[in-house]
Design a protein around this ligand. Sequence first.
Ligand code: UD1
Length: 387
Amino acid sequence: MKIISVVGARPNFMKIAPFIRAINNYNKTSSSTQNHITHILVHTGQHYDDRMSKQFFEDLHIPEVDYNLGVGSGSHAEQVGKTMIEFEKILRIEKPDWVVVVGDVNATLACSVTAKKENIKCCHIEAGLRSGDMSMPEEINRMVTDRLSDLLLTPDHISSENLRLEGVPEQRIRFVGNIMIDTLEANRHKASSISLKDIADRNALGNQCFPTELQDENYTLMTLHRPSNVDNQEVFSSLVHFLTQEVTHDMPLFWPIHPRAKKQLEIFDLWQEVESSKNLILLHPLDYNDMLRLNMGAKILLTDSGGLQEECTIIGTPCLTLRWNTERPITLQENGGVSVLVGNNIERIKAEYRKILNKPRTPFRPELWDGKAAERCLDAILYYNYF
Ligand code: UD1
């Protein structure tokens, strides 16, 4: 069997790493050469900075890619269009049995469409997530990919139910659990040994003076990259004022900055304010283990990332999700998780921040978020014809 799996942007790397490991383990233990799986890894090149891409390959022991499509930055149509043109060439050379796509980035959409147009079976890992928000490019990517894919592997029952409600036949849906948690469990021990000061020193952005006392359970961690937060001047300015005038007065704030957020801070003339703020620790985008370590010790996480919401659920860090909706409702407080949706209204954010300031860490493990999802993903592909 020949499988091509696809990555494009940062959140894909932690999902593909355990899947490739599961293939390697299968090949090692499989008795006959007839059953051998040939695996080919394609990177669309949407994320290309070392800190957004290469570093993750090293940290997570992902093998070198077989093809890099070099798509780079651009509008959505440019990224999707270029990926389709280049990916089609590869499919015609390699003629795989399966294309495996993960998550909801532009690579996920572009490669699932191209695979189906070439009449190749497509498997979507992390299927069935729905925010109901069509202004999110990721929602469009999820819907199209799920509509086309032959095998839809879901992380939870809510996602499986979403697919059923859209009329997806039962034999295409498999509940396998959350593959990202495989990566979290594989790295947890290693991450716990990293010191906070080391993270600050190795990843410092600019020439700031960092607070000398950095202690677990006494800092906030924040990440922001969604257009709804960083592309709107009024929203982004009031968020930045809240950080520099309130949060950093309570405790140090670690902020690893996504390239999009950094660009917008400069455009909106906010860079000076964040750079000169005492207690605000500005960092480059972090590698997987540094981010996991910060999450493990943070008192509060402020984020608009979907993946971090899930990691907080397992680690238990109280999380304010700076969005009005989520495609991951299982992570919300009302469903047993730790995350609260606060949108981008500053008064609401402030009120919820005060509320969770003294909340204890409360880990929650949804069904099959057990570190073994990758094996179930591979089994679903291997036994596809038997269902
Ligand atoms: C993409 C994904 C999003 C994911 C996020 C995680 C889509 C539709 N969006 O959004 O789902 O949560 O990645 O990071 O696929 N840039 C760099 N260096 C890089 C990559 C990007 O400087 O290595 C710059 C680009 O030039 C652009 C900005 O960052 O200005 C945004 O990059 P882009 O890949 O378009 O989307 P993300 O916002 O990262």
